[in-house]
Design a protein around this ligand. Sequence first.
Ligand code: AGP
Length: 614
Amino acid sequence: MCGIVGYIGTKKASPILINGLLRLEYRGYDSAGLSTIEKNGISLMKNIGRVKNLSELPGIDDLEGTIGIAHTRWATHGIPSKENSHPHTDNSKNFSVVHNGIIENYYSLRNKLKDEGYTFYSETDTEVIPNLIHYYYKNLKDEIGINRFLKAVRNACLDLKGSFAIEVICKDFPDNMIVVRKDSPLVIGKADGENYLSSDIPAILSFTRTFYLLNDFEFVVLSRNDAKFYDTDLNPINKELTSIEWDAIGAEKNGYEDYMLKEIHEQVTSTRETVGARFQENQKTCFNELNFTKEYLSSLNRIYIVACGTAMHAGLAGKAIIEKLCRIQTEVDIASEFRYRDPLIDDKTLCIFISQSGETADTIAALKLSKQKGAKTLAISNVIGSSLSRESDLAIYTHAGPEIAVASTKAYTSQIVLLNVLAIYMAEVLENNDINYLNTLKKDILELPEKISQTIEHSECVKDFAKKIYQEKDVFYIGRGIDNAIAKEGSLKLKEISYIHSESYAAGELKHGAIALIEKGVTVIASLTDKDLTKKTISNIQEVITRGAKTLIVTNQDLDLSTFDFSIKIPETNAFISPVLAIIPLQLLAYYISKEKGLDVDKPRNLAKSVTVE
Ligand code: AGP
């Protein structure tokens, strides 16, 4: 968690740093701080709360430095406080550091440094870093110039266990900054006579479209006009620049009140982008990045889909379509469970990892484990060049555009679309399916954008229902088959941004316990999109109605809706892709309830967009 930005150029650094932090607030927002190099040494400004509080500190506008680092925090070690917020300096205030990640061996390093006479002023793991750099720096007296700074940073980093993206400035080198990452994101945006740094691309996209994407343990010495890259032995390495196609406006709110609402609406275009040019008339599905053969796919003993949160819910839809079309056993795992349960993996296993950010620590760790055990790995991410996609043998992208709201919406629907396209591709390679069925499914996928647009037209109706139930304490979501997967995601959305307790249940499971909680007035939301299971689910809905429940039905079936309190009719489509439509009223419901309660929709409490710690 946490967001970091940096700047080295010819302009005043502090306004640029604040601007970047505001865009990274989704990564953490309990405190923020920045450091610049001024004529009289290193400046340090910190405040608790949002970035706005930092920007209002007296004296911040007087900073003249043209090189600086900044941080917005999501607390891991130590409470949100001024002392614990970043940047952290060494005892002599020679070095200032911002850090995203967790230093697992900070306690022993801290004790070692204490024995060397260093004092610690915060409860953070980060504070060991500047002091460790100082420790090496003072013992590298024979090294001259920037090499001394670089070696000190390198030596310190080799002592660190855990994850880190760090930016370091030093009073003795007002024209340089050193940065490095391991298992935490960091990108460098290159412009004319200046370099920008950030935890993600959108935060600095308004300044440049040309980026260096860092790999683990690449040490970078930045100056205004240059970026020099080194490996851990400090041998120079060549680094290519990557051009980013997104525009800065894509990362802005575009007139919507909140990013989440904008991203819900963007699903019309994002799902279209996800399909891209993969389906061509009279052609097989195009996945040049994969090149799977019939022999390879036939040899697979199983597929694992591994992810966290919403991405895992998309995986449930992926399992359904892969098993249906490819007849390969497919298991869906929560990454934090998978990595510790000694899963049965060998070289005949394909492991698919789904992550919007591509930076989720548990998902990356699960991928590394699968590779060690010999599996082929395939990453599905929304972020080109993310850690997950670079670690993986193969990578494909959802191309949904930047998702800023903490609650994932368009990434989820794009993940489901891409998993369906992938399953069709694999089925075509396997040559084990009725071509007409595959072609119909392709047509249904291509029609999704129009149907999403029709579904969003129910917004006002959903808003009315939100007004009726926003004060509730418990809400239940139910469904069978694919509708159970929709229920799980609908329930997660409500919890995340409205803070209402909710549960999702396989509809047939209710009577095995949870129905005891149903009493007069309790809201039960059911999804009914699989016609083969509709009658069964309706019986379950009748059971809760009998016990006094208030019901909202989301369906694409022609049903007698008069028995339900509220209903939303969505366009009909193939059951395997129905979550893409059925989730939209549930996303909107969570959104409008959150608004009705006056909550911060885009930045819900206790959550961060990208969970880069275990
Ligand atoms: C989604 O609304 C959540 N904020 C969360 O569950 C998220 O999907 C999860 O943390 C995984 O993130 P990722 O897709 O970036 O890996």
